[in-house]
Design a protein around this ligand. Structure first.
Ligand code: COA
Length: 146
């Protein structure tokens, strides 16, 4: 499968955000804080002209770690039709590359516990206890120092 990873606009993430991550939420809830901030970057994975994966990076600190060079991953998803074919790896690699290019140091996310094993493949580790945001299932913070 030929996959292109491109920078995309925040608006272009929203269909997959809703379809895969938050089907119960309305359009305005799919706008995340700082989606339009100049430091924020959104990536889309394309197979031919079809978007089949998304991820977004925000220059946000993690509560409890006073590190200014901290980057948060949000909205990481691949569409069911192209899952398990390495698209997730390509998106994570692009995110890691971007953070390193920005002299970022801490890479973190609030991960669904169902995806914890995916993040562990990139050397991310659990930080703190499991928590359950409204309607989104069990989550855990995962971190990695780059
Ligand atoms: C998690 C997700 C983004 C992974 O994307 P993907 O395109 O399937 O990932 P890849 O095909 O690149 O898989 C890379 C590796 O991670 C593994 N993997 C994928 N999803 C996994 C999961 N949920 N748990 C454990 N391992 C996982 C794959 O088996 C593969 O392992 P391998 O290299 O040993 O073969 C995708 O499954 C998804 O969108 N899930 C639903 C939404 C979701 O949970 N997003 C994360 C929110 S925190």
């Amino acid at each position: 499968m030929n996959v292109d990873i491109k920078k995309i606009k925040a608006a272009e993430t929203r269909n997959l955000r809703q379809l895969i991550l938050r089907p119960h939420q309305k359009a305005d809830e799919l706008i995340y804080e700082d989606d339009e901030h100049p430091d924020t970057v959104h990536f889309g994975a394309y197979v031919q002209d079809e978007i089949c994966g998304i991820s977004s990076l925000y220059k946000h600190k993690l509560k409890g770690i006073d590190e200014i060079q901290s980057w948060r991953l949000r909205g990481m998803a691949t569409s069911e039709s192209c899952r398990g074919k390495g698209v997730g790896v390509l998106l994570m690699d692009e995110c890691t590359k971007h953070i390193k290019n920005q002299n970022g140091f801490l890479f973190w996310c609030n991960a669904r516990t169902t995806a914890e094993g995916f993040y562990e493949k990139f050397g991310m580790k659990r930080y703190g206890d499991v928590f359950t945001p409204d309607g989104l299932g069990e989550h855990v913070v995962m971190i990695k120092y780059l």
